[in-house]
Structures are given as C-alpha cells and as structure tokens.
Write a protein that binds this ligand. Structure first.
Ligand SMILES: [Fe+2]
Length: 166
C-alpha cells in the first residue's frame, strides 16, 4: 500500500509542506481582509457619491464592487484549497486589513475615485511581492499563478478608476 494514504484530513499531500501552505494561507487571509474592506468602501462610494456624473459613477462602482465580491470568494476558497481556514468575520478583516475605511458621508467624487485607485495600487504592490514568495520561497506555483491573476484584475480596476478622474 502506498505510504501516503495515512495523511491527516487537514494536511495536503500535494508536494508543498504544511509549514509553507500555512504561510501562504496567512498571506492570502491578509489579502482577503484588504479585499473585504475595499469592497465595503466601494459600496459606500456607490451609495454616497454625488454630482453631475452621479449616475455613471454609481453604475461604474456597482460593477467594481461586484468584481470585488467575486475576488473575495475566490481568495477565501484558495485558502481552503490549501487546507486552511479563511477569515470569516468583520473583526478578523478589520484587524488584518491595511486599507483605511471611510465613514458614510458626503465626499467629492474625484477624491473618492483617487482614494480607491490608491487602495488598488497598494494591493497590487503587495501582490507583486507575494508572487515571488509564493513561487520561490514557499514552492506554491498554483498560488503564485492565482495571485498573479487577481493582481491583473486590480490593474484593470485601478486603470478604470484613474481614467474616471478628470
Ligand atoms: Fe446599488
């Protein structure tokens, strides 16, 4: 009988050490936290944006928060694929996120869009570092490829936000 059948149910046998999947999952949980806070911030701006361009920006931000929702789900599920647990509470998201929330209030649309673009660019910088670590340090090519795909989505979202600022 093959030696590898007695694997613990929570430990993967896919060629990545448990210590490495744990590190990658921990990094992904940080990203998940940032994505969640950015999602709430985008919703906030979708609701509270005002001005002549309200309708267009309201719809544009609707599209963006829906994209973020899809990203959030895929990041959480990636953590599960690595055999670990995804953060699941606002308390965990707020504790780990580096993105600053905005209270629901009146705000100039240009500032809102610039603030979101900055957040996306911050995430892109974080992810760029992770790609190399996931691949070289933790030997997890799947997560390196995964986070590369997420980074490219943020590049597109950041471009659209920047292009909406006059
Ligand atoms: Fe809405």
């Amino acid at each position: 009988m093959a030696k590898n059948v007695a694997v613990k149910p929570d430990a993967l046998n896919t060629g990545i050490s448990q210590a490495n999947t744990k590190k990658v999952a921990s990094e992904l949980n940080k990203i998940l936290s940032d994505e969640f806070v950015l999602y709430v911030k985008t919703l906030n701006f979708h609701w509270n944006i005002e001005g002549r361009d309200f309708h267009a920006l309201h719809l544009f931000l609707d599209e963006q928060y829906n994209q973020l929702q899809t990203i959030i789900d895929s990041v959480a599920e990636r953590v599960r694929k690595l055999g670990h647990f995804a953060h699941g509470s606002m308390k965990e998201f707020l504790a780990e996120s580096t993105i600053k929330e905005q209270p629901g209030d009146k705000m100039v649309s240009e500032k809102m869009l610039a603030s979101l673009a900055d957040d996306h660019e911050g995430l892109i910088r974080e992810m760029r570092k992770m790609i190399d670590d996931f691949d070289e340090k933790y030997k997890d090519a799947g997560s390196a490829d995964f986070i590369t795909g997420i980074m490219k989505e943020h590049e597109k979202m950041a471009w659209m936000l920047r292009s909406s600022i006059r």
